[in-house]
Design a protein around this ligand. Structure first.
Ligand code: DCP
Ligand code: MG
Length: 390
């Protein structure tokens, strides 16, 4: 009996936005298993189950120490029966048999490969799998009609499935900043998404652009895109329109994740010298003079690696009046965002979007010019980006 009380139970608040979750995860083996099952559920059109696994993983990510026994988890929120069975399995056997079986399953493997193509969603992947297409070669041989995004996705499959590093993100940032400065002096560019949270790698690089004078941001996106295109930086781009109009007395948004900012989904062609960074590239050119001729010649002959890589880049534009909401809404993590909206709705009778915060009781919008103010409106302690890694 004495032994059982020795290990103290953890305790934690139930919404991820009430917790501080750094990248320092002490329970990676457990959260990897739960995240894999979440991913499988999402790929199987079982979003409810997916969220349940994501919430369970997020609770474990926020713990200050590794979990060693199930008794420590008593009283923790978001740990349902299924998640607890997975955790028990890992604690007792070193791995989750369900996660391992999922990883090995032909269906999961095929869904991963096919949805790994930019422009291919679960529905399309499932249709292809039903027709016996489970890999890239089969897809190419099948001569399925592919849309422009999917053709680009297939062409750059390898690059786009290789994690983007911080150095590469910085190189992309330099290009985007140059574009913005060229087309609208005074406009501001902010790195958002995972890299703003301090992640070392990402699947893409996300940017938010605005101008300190309301309205001056209008038309910025097409100008930036055409500058980038004219400089040869774009392998693919699709811009979507801003259709957000603030209702006079309605809720902030219909219950949807889709954002109505002017947004650009793109694939950048990032030159090797930009990836190495301006400074280093310059030094390299001075010191390596004798070799550079040979390197150039081998490239002309089609030898050696290609001197660039494809990188997924998302650009978003917001008017300055919505900037804080956009910044908060696009910094993530996805679960942190979902939990913020759930907290706002369920605990505060407010609706939060990447555009605004609406108070349903007061029937009015709550203004904010910083993330800190939004947390305050929501009655939450401020959580900095590096601690939003739920
Ligand atoms: N976002 C969101 N809901 C979505 C899509 C995006 O809340 N359906 C927000 C939260 C994300 C941010 O936008 O953090 C950027 O989306 P990404 O898919 O790029 O996710 P991350 O940048 O966090 O991770 P990574 O790019 O490393 O996969
Ligand atoms: Mg990202």
């Amino acid at each position: 009996q004495m032994n059982e009380v020795e290990v103290e139970a953890f305790s934690t608040p139930s919404y991820a936005c009430q917790r501080r979750t750094t990248l320092d995860n002490h329970n990676a083996v457990l959260t990897d298993a739960l995240s894999l099952l979440a991913e499988n559920a999402e790929l199987s059109d079982e979003d409810g189950r997916g969220v349940a696994f994501r919430r369970a993983a997020a609770v474990l990510k926020s713990l200050p120490e590794p979990v060693t026994g199930l008794t420590q988890l008593r009283g923790l929120p978001c740990l349902g029966g299924h998640s607890l069975r997975v955790i028990k399995d890992v604690l007792e056997n070193g791995a989750s048999s369900e996660a391992e079986a999922t990883k090995q399953s032909e269906r999961f493997k095929a869904l991963k490969v096919l949805t790994g193509i930019f422009g291919v969603g679960v529905k399309t992947a499932e249709r292809w799998i039903r027709d016996g297409i489970v890999g890239l070669q089969q897809l190419q041989l099948s001569e399925r009609p592919l849309n422009r995004a999917q053709r680009a996705g297939l062409r750059h499959y390898e690059d786009l499935n290789r994690p983007v590093t911080r150095a590469e993100a910085a190189a992309v940032a330099a290009v985007v900043e140059e574009a913005v400065a060229a087309v609208l002096p005074g406009a501001r560019t902010t790195l958002i998404g995972g890299f703003r949270r301090g992640k070392l790698t990402g699947h893409d690089v996300d940017f938010l652009m605005t101008h300190p004078e309301e309205g001056r941001e209008a038309g910025l996106m097409p100008k930036v895109v055409s500058w980038l295109d004219s400089q040869g930086f774009l392998l693919y781009q699709k811009t979507t329109r801003n259709s957000y109009l603030e209702a006079k007395d309605g809720p902030a948004r219909p219950p949807s994740n889709m954002d109505r900012f002017e947004r650009c989904y793109s694939i950048f062609k990032l030159p090797e010298e930009a990836r190495r960074g301006g400074e280093e590239a310059r030094r390299g050119a001075e010191e390596a003079e004798p070799c550079s001729g040979a390197a150039a010649a081998s490239q002309v002959k089609g030898e050696g690696p290609k001197p660039w890589r494809a990188v997924r880049v998302d650009l978003v534009v917001s008017p300055i009046s919505q900037f804080a909401f956009a910044l908060l809404g696009w910094t993530g993590s996805k679960l942190f965002e979902r939990e913020l909206r759930r907290w706002a709705g369920h605990e505060k009778a407010m609706s939060l979007s990447s555009h605004a915060l609406y108070d349903n009781k007061q029937s009015r919008y709550l203004r904010a010019s910083s993330e800190e103010e939004i947390f305050a409106h929501l009655g939450l302690e401020y959580v900095p980006p590096s601690e939003r890694n739920a």
